[in-house]
Design a protein around this ligand. Sequence first.
Ligand SMILES: Nc1ncnc2c1ncn2[C@@H]1O[C@H](COP(=O)(O)OP(=O)(O)OP(=O)(O)O)[C@@H](O)[C@H]1O
Ligand SMILES: [Mg+2]
Length: 131
Amino acid sequence: MREIVTNSPDETEAEGEELGRRLRAGDLILLTGPLGAGKTTFVRGLARGAGSEAQVASPTFQLVRIYPGRVQLAHVDLYRVKAAGELADLGLDELIDEGAVVVEWGDRIEAKTGRQITFETLGGDRRRIRM
Ligand SMILES: Nc1ncnc2c1ncn2[C@@H]1O[C@H](COP(=O)(O)OP(=O)(O)OP(=O)(O)O)[C@@H](O)[C@H]1O
Ligand SMILES: [Mg+2]
């Protein structure tokens, strides 16, 4: 496990970008942490690292947004989904075949696989990220 503290949105994005460069089809990343902790900011870097030039925004009213790139990244936000059930119930198994999948509020999913990343708000602009 790795634990870091970032001091700005840019630093959090850079962490995401580093992981994004290593993304491959079939990867599942589950992001957990409270409102405003930096999950979407991290995904912005993730998408850039995956070779996408898409605008990353929280898919609040759509369950999933797709960012094409070197590897396709599907961005899922379960904030409005209280109990998501399993991956297949959301159709995510197909997205995992097509590319990588990152899920905000990933603890709402019953996933037996996937890489967990947790975000914690410290004082001011500091965020702790555990991966
Ligand atoms: N170190 C930091 N890392 C990430 N974001 C930071 C940091 N410091 C301040 N911020 C600010 O915190 C906010 C994080 O918002 P973001 O949308 O990424 O959070 P989120 O975890 O996706 O929230 P939500 O649960 O509402 O989707 C942004 O306004 C960002 O500018
Ligand atoms: Mg978000």
